[in-house]
Design a protein around this ligand. Structure first.
Ligand SMILES: NC(=O)c1ccc[n+]([C@@H]2O[C@H](COP(=O)([O-])OP(=O)(O)OC[C@H]3O[C@@H](n4cnc5c(N)ncnc54)[C@H](O)[C@@H]3O)[C@@H](O)[C@H]2O)c1
Length: 463
């Protein structure tokens, strides 16, 4: 048996150390963004723990199970520290981050008070906004310009000024803005030259989030998209990312109900239990819920959420178990609930002899509490990708998204456990460590293990 079965020495990277400050720029300083910033500020002051964040809390196994090491991910890969993050962003409303966080009501006032000075200093820059793309909102903190290219140039100026004013060595951008109306790629998105012509000619198919993504990439700023709208998922912008050697990732933070779906569905499939129907409904009353009350924005979200089951269950391979699954998703805007979303899932499954069974999930989650650590991890990992010289789509970050971006000729991976393995193994590969496949047979059947089991020494196990 060869010594290194799953090892990619040619993919190991020389990673530039994270010296200096890292800017985290967010279009959309709403509930998620301000909860994320507040949590980092509180963690810096040792007043809160960053639960939910892999970069801060998770350990990664290295080496054999007979002599494993479990360093923290943040000690294993060179990541920026929480104290090195500087926050900024844009919003159509002029409230500072403290005022927004109070209105969003995600964290209690007594907790926010402890981060008040830092949050109050963060004032959103005027946004690139177009009501045709988010019909339920209307704010005044908005840029005006002749055309979309001029708007992009203004964003480029904002990014550069933010970096120089805060003496930053690098920055990343994470879209935390509202969900835009559903759209599909058009000819103007096909090539970079068509896209740039479209910007100058105010092509209606170019949305604000695409303009932010373009400005980010122009300045070599990695761009991650937390909403389901297309944004950087366009051939033109993927090409620009490659040209500028900059990373992109998306789309749509995987948090409440879809997180649960991608935990439960792989389990049903692994045990070859069939599925007849999956009805998901939820109520939420925050601004995101209000935006999603518009059918155009809801369609973006629905498409993003719907792809998950088919991709995991693969009805093409298992028609008897998963063909014609009735999958329905509802989101109801219900103001009394604020950010405290409640989701219900009714899952109709079948087993041995076709006998029906049911699973009910009632998830009383807090949307922004689940999303905030995702923003943190994405910011830190996108910065890592930049310093490791990775560019274009970062599929290894699929773990964080409802609709993971991947190479157009590949199928996206939705199974949370495969996504997690992908993420951890990518970190191992970047650092020149052996990939772990967890098969384990080598602990029992390899020559070395047999010697060890019979007390004759040797080194056992790889996986
Ligand atoms: N919270 C979650 O669990 C979760 C999960 C997946 C995706 N998301 C997505 O993340 C995004 C943020 O969610 P949220 O709960 O913070 O919503 P939010 O409504 O509180 O915040 C979004 C902010 O974006 C601003 N905005 C809209 N268009 C803008 C533009 N063009 N430029 C700058 N700012 C703009 C809005 O004014 C608002 O303040 C939404 O798109 C949401 O669908 C959230």
């Amino acid at each position: 048996m060869s010594e290194k079965t799953s090892f990619y020495p040619e993919l190991e990277k020389k990673i530039i150390p994270p010296r200096g400050k890292l800017g985290v720029l967010m279009p959309g300083l709403g509930a998620v963004a301000t909860t994320f910033i507040a949590g980092v500020v509180l963690a810096r002051k040792k007043l809160a723990r960053p639960f939910g964040s892999l970069t801060q809390m998770q350990r990664i196994r290295l080496g054999k199970r007979t002599s494993p090491k479990f360093p923290l991910i943040r000690e294993f890969v060179p990541l920026a520290g929480l104290e090195d993050l500087v926050f900024g962003g844009w919003d159509i409303y002029g409230d500072n981050a403290y005022e927004t966080a109070v209105k969003a009501g995600v964290l209690p006032g007594t907790v926010l008070e402890k981060a008040r000075p830092e949050l109050s200093e963060i004032r959103p820059m005027p946004a690139v906004f177009d009501r045709n793309w988010v019909k339920k909102l209307d704010g005044r903190n908005v840029k005006a310009a002749r055309n979309k290219m001029d708007l992009a140039e203004e964003l480029v100026g904002d990014i550069e000024r933010f970096k120089s004013r805060n003496k930053l060595s690098r920055a990343v951008m994470v879209w935390c803005g509202s969900t835009e109306v559903y759209s599909s790629p058009a000819p103007v998105h096909r090539t970079l030259s068509a896209f740039e012509r479209g910007l100058k000619e105010n092509a209606p198919e170019i949305s604000p989030s695409m303009i932010y993504a373009y400005a980010a990439l122009r300045t070599g700023t990695p761009y991650a998209n937390g909403a389901p709208n297309l944004s950087a998922e366009l051939p033109a912008l993927t090409a620009l990312a490659r040209e500028k050697k900059t990373a992109i990732a998306g789309k749509d933070f995987k948090t409440g109900q879809t997180l649960m779906k991608t935990i439960v569905a792989p389990g049903l499939k692994a045990r070859m239990l069939g599925l007849r129907g999956w009805f998901s409904t939820n109520i939420l009353g925050n601004r995101d819920g209000e935006v999603l009350d518009d059918p155009g924005s809801f369609k973006s979200k629905e498409v993003s959420k719907a792809s998950v089951l088919d991709a995991i269950l693969d009805p093409g391979l298992y028609p008897e178990l998963y063909k014609d699954v009735f999958h329905k998703i509802r989101i109801e805007y219900y103001p009394p609930r604020g950010d405290e979303k409640e989701g219900w899932d009714n899952i109709d499954i079948f087993g041995w002899c076709g006998m029906p069974m049911q699973i009910k999930i009632n998830f009383l989650c807090r949307d922004s509490i689940l999303a905030a650590p995702v923003v943190l991890d994405l910011a830190l990992f996108m910065d890592l990708a930049a310093r490791a010289g990775l560019s274009g789509i970062q599929e290894w970050l699929s773990f964080y998204f409802k609709s993971p971006m991947c190479r157009p000729d590949l199928k996206p991976e939705h199974d949370l456990f495969i996504q997690h393995l992908k993420l951890q193994n990518t970190l191992r590969i970047l650092m020149g460590e052996e990939v772990l496949d967890h098969s384990g047979l080598d602990y029992y059947e390899s020559r070395e293990s047999l010697l060890e089991l019979t007390g004759k020494g040797g080194r056992a196990g790889k996986s």
